[in-house]
Design a protein around this ligand. Structure first.
Ligand SMILES: Nc1ncnc2c1ncn2[C@@H]1O[C@H](COP(=O)(O)OP(=O)(O)OP(=O)(O)O)[C@@H](O)[C@H]1O
Ligand SMILES: [Mg+2]
Length: 448
């Protein structure tokens, strides 16, 4: 059944109750949920969301059990403007985020905001929340339902994370390797990708030589992508057990000093080459895919960010440019990528996760901390001047009541640096390093 007539006949100033009664029962059915698979006013553990739905399994009806919700829908009247960037939009998104974080929301994977003029789909992967579509105009409601339904019915298993800062040496490779090791020990399936053919540092960190041609063949679909992936195995010396994650090694044939100069790579590798190649791996095979991105804004970094759901931005407490670059990545580079994804694929593109300080000493002097926060203040002000609120990206615990300057961080540890010399992830070797990265993974990614 088409929902178009319902939208066409909706009062121009439809209230929330109008949207609720006229549209929602049909909208929920069109998304593929029967009446007994949908609960109105569902207790998320952090407030009541307008609807929760979940497919019935066996003879357990969601409407009776109310356990394991899968999708939340928050309804607004037309007086709430849900176009991106509007204060009403931010308020509605914050509300949905709050519900996603409620105690009863662990199983939730999707959320929808709708007011019958606009609708947007959001994804929740573990603890990470990001828009799965742009804000869409309800004048094409049947198309919207089709898009949402396709997404909801086949969620990608993996979260794809690009680790990026166009300032060099801030810990991208170190973070990639140790996060992969920590998540592996936490029983997640992880793939890491060395997308820097000029440095090939990620393979080097694990003592693995770069490939020759394999990645290029996978990206241009000349070969199965599985042929370019190998396992990295670590044997615990005393425990007679192994841990392993997968790696796609850098491809030396793509380095600029080899036959592929930047221009040739540009011609051969379409903007969506990495995203397209990763599709089957994202869908079913991994929980996390981390891409180690080169420190620039050129062919490889652009394709890496295009392939990502989220971007993790390391910076240094004593490295002004890395802090400025993190701000510029959020205000300038990511919007470019999002616009291109929207144009090419109709979806949203990567969002930034809160910036973290890598290699933070356990003590820094008061005067240095002051200088750093002043510099961050300038970055935030600059973002504000172009319409971005960067504060949550630097100070995730900041609220109106409690102006917390807490930043996420990884401590400076000699054991982490020594991993380089050993060519193994320090998180496999040292308990304290594992704990640091597993807490970090819990802050960003894991539900518990
Ligand atoms: N938390 C940490 N504690 C101690 N040493 C660290 C830490 N993080 C990174 N390092 C060290 O800092 C150096 C630079 O780190 P890394 O190679 O990860 O940076 P990068 O951002 O990948 O660099 P590039 O831009 O060249 O790719 C390495 O020698 C690494 O061992
Ligand atoms: Mg690196």
């Amino acid at each position: 059944m088409s929902l178009q007539p319902i939208i066409d006949n909706m009062p121009q100033k439809a209230s929330e109750a109008d949207v609720e009664t006229r549209l929602l029962p049909h909208f929920i059915r069109a998304l593929g949920f029967a009446e007994d698979e949908s609960v109105p006013s569902f207790d998320t553990g952090a407030g009541w969301v307008d609807h929760a739905t979940r497919r019935n399994t066996g003879d357990k009806k969601f409407v009776d059990s109310r356990q394991g919700p899968y999708l939340y829908i928050e309804v607004k009247g037309r007086h709430r403007n849900l176009t991106e960037g509007h204060p009403h939009y931010f308020a509605a998104f914050d509300q949905l985020k709050g519900y996603f974080e409620g105690d009863n929301s662990e199983s939730v994977q999707w959320g929808i905001l709708i007011n019958s003029l606009h609708a947007q789909l959001f994804r929740k992967h573990g603890k990470t929340i990001y828009p799965a579509t742009p804000c869409l105009d309800c004048s094409g409601i049947d198309e919207i339902v089709k898009t949402f339904r396709e997404r909801i019915e086949s969620p990608a298993r993996a979260l794809t994370v690009a680790i990026y800062n166009n300032k060099g040496g801030v810990g991208k490779t170190t973070t990639t390797v140790n996060l992969a090791a920590a998540l592996t020990l936490l029983k997640k399936r992880v793939l890491i990708i060395d997308f820097d053919p000029n440095q090939q540092d990620l393979g080097d960190a694990l003592n693995l030589p770069p490939s020759r041609g394999q990645m290029m063949d996978a990206l241009t679909k000349k070969a199965d992508i599985h042929d370019s992936i190998i396992p990295y195995e670590y044997e615990f010396p005393r425990a007679k057990r192994k841990a392993s994650f997968d790696i796609m090694l850098a491809d030396k044939s793509m380095a600029s000093d080899e036959e592929f100069t930047q221009d040739r790579v540009h011609q051969k590798l379409r903007l969506n080459a990495l995203l397209g190649a990763l599709q089957p791996l994202r869908q079913n095979e991994y929980d996390y895919i981390f891409i180690d991105v080169p420190p620039n804004w050129q062919v490889f970094s652009q394709r890496a960010l295009f392939a990502a759901d989220t971007v993790l931005l390391p910076a240094g407490h004593d490295n002004l440019h890395s802090l400025q670059n993190a701000g510029a990545a959020i205000t300038e580079l990511l919007p470019q990528v999002q616009a291109k994804r929207q144009k090419l694929l109709g979806d949203y593109g990567p969002i930034a996760l809160p910036v973290f300080l890598n290699g933070l000493p356990s003590k820094i002097s008061k005067s240095h901390a002051q200088l750093m926060h002043q510099a961050i203040g300038k970055v935030i002000d600059k973002g504000g001047a172009s319409g971005f609120d960067l504060r949550p990206y630097f100070y995730p615990k900041w609220t109106a009541d409690r102006q917390s300057l807490y930043m996420r961080h990884i401590r400076h540890m000699a054991h982490i640096a020594s991993g380089d010399f050993r060519h193994v992830p320090a998180a496999f070797v040292f308990r304290a390093v594992f704990e640091q990265y597993s807490n970090f993974a819990k802050d960003y990614f894991l539900w518990d």
